[in-house]
Design a protein around this ligand. Structure first.
Ligand code: UDP
Length: 453
């Protein structure tokens, strides 16, 4: 009899790959073999970005399957992926598992898929192996999804999810932030077709053909007690961070700029603004330039992640003027950056991973949400945990340089933000690092379940 062998399949987006690969590393640290299955497209990017000097756990094998899109199609088009993935993935995954079982002594015993690919668990049912789903988003998002049908039934939104009562605020629990109807996930998807698709799928509810035995998630009781009470079948294992197991994060789509850390080493303690918008956000040129000027006018050091696909022209003379003040990098080792002593605040798009990482790093936030659940995460940060401030847009929909300078000053002149985020961060980290912490216990139980014969 070989080792337990998990097949882990992330949704093909950066913010889904990183935390599931982190979970895979935790499983491998416990002697479990993991075949980690990206799409072919992402697999190539990850291999090209992996630092040559840094491997991942030897019990993790990186493999890939097609995503069903043509080579030239846009991998950020979520509507297209929703159609192509269910057609392409199950067949290729079955062939991969057959090959592993025919050639390896460690036969496949368990399938863990992203919650967004829950349909793939039908294959696990067919093969008679264990099945689990992984939720990399906040549990509050699922709680809201469960509430979508009531909003329709009560006439608060129509059948496309468009608000009929624009002032409505949903408050699902006293231990959760209030959610303004305009900020619900389906109204922040970028276009009407995506709004309809997301709302209607939430209102229908998830009826998995093969329900998972476990749904594990990258959160903790310290962060989301209220939402976890509403969904007691979800098992929080987070925060899934390499710092909690003294490892490195992996699975980057872009190569990290190694100069980020040495540049931070030269900055005074508690001085620097870290600016990063995750893997998806785009800013138009006007907005990009206002941000650049806001950072310059803050007169503080800044480390700004400008992904190559989001770069625009900088304001005239900007690079020269900020030569000694700021650094722009294509991709930073964010989880390390957020625990650097030079950081003063994190100007963030509030993706769930960035949110958890910033909290655990003890860094107060300036919130600039862009898409989907990031508005909900902003409500956690600014209204419920009170560990940051929101940046407001002007009447033209722009976050001005003046707004950035003003909010940096307010945030950094009030020490209570730092105190609250340090306290929440240390409790959250303890949950997974301390014997007896709730996420620690849950992770051990999950490992035991995977190992059970
Ligand atoms: N990230 C990184 N370096 C960067 C920017 C982002 O390592 O320069 C990582 C970040 O630490 C997080 C992930 O990319 O783990 C982004 O996930 P998140 O949920 O915050 O945002 P998304 O990309 O899904 O919008």
């Amino acid at each position: 009899m070989g080792r337990p062998h998990v097949i882990a399949v992330p949704y093909p987006a950066q913010g889904h790959v990183i935390p599931l690969l982190e979970l895979a590393q935790c499983l491998a640290d416990n002697g479990i073999k993991v075949t980690f299955v990206n799409t072919d497209f992402n697999h190539t990017r990850i291999l090209n970005s992996l630092p040559r000097t840094r491997g991942i756990n030897e019990l993790i094998i990186l493999a890939s399957v097609p995503d069903g899109l043509e080579p030239w199609e846009d991998r950020n088009d979520l509507g297209k992926l929703e159609v192509s993935l269910p057609k392409a993935v199950p067949r290729a995954l079955e062939a991969l598992i057959e090959k592993i079982n025919a050639t390896e002594s460690d036969k496949v015993t368990c399938l863990i898929t992203d919650y967004g690919l829950i349909w793939a668990l039908a294959l696990a049912e067919k093969l008679g192996i264990k099945k689990s789903a992984f939720l990399p988003a906040p549990v509050a998002l699922l709680a809201l999804a469960n509430h979508a049908k009531s909003l329709l039934d009560e006439g608060i939104v129509d059948s496309d999810g468009t608000p009929m009562k624009v002032e409505h605020v949903t408050h699902l629990s006293p231990e959760m932030p209030p959610m303004k109807i305009q900020e619900t996930v389906w109204l922040q998807m970028g276009d009407f077709a995506s709004q309809q698709r997301v709302f209607q799928s939430m209102a229908r509810g998830t009826q998995a053909e093969a329900p998972p035995d476990w749904i594990v998630c990258n959160t903790s009781h310290e962060l989301e007690a209220g939402a976890l009470k509403l969904l007691p079948n979800l098992v929080p294992l987070g925060p899934l961070l390499p710092s909690t197991r003294l490892g490195h994060s992996a699975g980057f789509f872009w190569p990290e700029d190694s100069a980020s850390m040495s540049w931070l080493d030269q900055q005074p303690a508690n001085s620097t603004i870290y600016v990063a918008f995750g893997s998806f956000t785009m800013l138009d040129e006007k907005q990009f330039q206002e941000l650049a000027l806001g950072l310059e006018h803050s007169r503080r050091p800044f480390l700004w992640v400008v992904r190559q696909d989001m770069a625009q022209d900088y304001p005239k003379g900007f690079r020269e003027r900020v030569r000694n003040q700021g650094k722009m990098v294509g991709w930073a080792p964010q989880q390390k950056v957020l625990s650097h002593p030079s950081l003063a605040c994190f100007l963030s798009h509030c993706g769930w991973n960035s949110t958890v990482e910033g909290v655990c790093g003890g860094v107060p936030f300036l919130c600039w949400p862009y898409f989907a659940d990031q508005f909900l995460n902003q409500s956690y940060i600014a209204e419920y945990w009170r560990v940051g401030l929101s940046l407001d847009k002007d009447e033209f929909g722009i976050v001005t340089s003046g707004e950035i300078v003003k909010k940096v000053e307010i945030l950094l002149s009030d020490e209570s933000y730092k105190a609250r985020v340090m306290s929440l961060g240390s409790k959250t980290v303890s949950s997974v690092t301390q014997e007896g912490g709730s996420s620690h216990k849950n992770l051990n139980s999950f490992v035991d379940w995977i190992k059970e014969k």
